[in-house]
Write a protein that binds this ligand. Structure first.
Ligand SMILES: Cc1cc2nc3c(=O)[nH]c(=O)nc-3n(C[C@H](O)[C@H](O)[C@H](O)COP(=O)(O)O)c2cc1C
Length: 203
């Protein structure tokens, strides 16, 4: 049975454009493949702890030598990594915050990127170990960054693609909902455009 991992990060509940479009995409994907398992992570309502000293030191130690706190920190990372490996499709919904991603999403990534677990280094450079995944990025932004003078300020999608690529996830499709701060008409247009892309993708 295939598995979808849906990661949402907006604190705006169902008002959130990124959450709305991600949920529409998941509904389409599930309709196209009945029986697909859905695993959800809502980092707005259930944020992860930031990686701290227990994790940073503990992950370098053999399991038997970890303190209880270190073992707990590494076990969380292990579980998140196992969840990622077990998923065939990953849908990540991210608002743009201050040109980047919400810190809750960054905290997830910090638990996932582990040398020897999700990527390895060799003389040829880093190699991603999380292979054969389909990733959808659903990104919402108040302004417009896909064209025009603000393009160079977009550290959201390029960052996500770079770090997902490091981990081996290179099949990444993006649906952007942008310009939503330019008024209700602009927001409606952006949402309808994104819904059109969802319909086309899942068809
Ligand atoms: C803390 C914060 C920072 C934001 N920073 C940016 C930004 O740098 N650029 C931008 O275009 N919009 C920015 N926005 C607007 C959001 O990206 C926009 O409202 C988006 O729709 C939020 O996603 P959501 O609808 O999924 O919650 C920011 C909003 C908040 C709350």
């Amino acid at each position: 049975m295939s598995q979808i991992l849906l990661v949402t990060t907006s604190p705006r509940g169902l008002e959130s454009y990124s959450t709305q479009i991600a949920q529409a995409l998941v509904a389409k994907l599930q309709a196209a493949a009945p029986g697909t398992k859905l695993v959800t992570r809502d980092f707005a309502t259930s944020p992860l702890p930031h990686v701290g000293e227990d994790y940073i030191v503990g992950r370098m130690l053999p399991a038997a030598e970890r303190s209880a706190a270190q073992a707990t920190s590494v076990a969380l990372s292990d579980a998140l990594i196992a969840e990622l490996f077990a998923s065939d499709t990953i849908v990540i919904a991210s608002p743009m915050y201050n040109f980047g991603v919400p810190s809750t999403l960054k905290a997830w990534i910090d638990h996932l990127a582990r040398a020897g677990e999700t990527f390895s280094y060799s003389a040829a450079g880093p190699e991603g170990l999380v292979k054969d995944k389909k990733v959808y990025l659903i990104v919402a932004r108040g302004g417009v960054y896909s064209e025009g003078p603000m393009g160079g300020h977009n550290f959201q999608e390029p960052y996500l693609k770079t770090v997902l690529g490091l981990l081996g996830m290179t099949d990444v499709e993006t649906i952007a909902i942008e310009g939503v701060a330019y008024g209700p008409e602009a927001a409606d247009k952006a949402v309808n455009g994104a819904l059109g892309k969802v319909a086309a993708l899942a068809a």
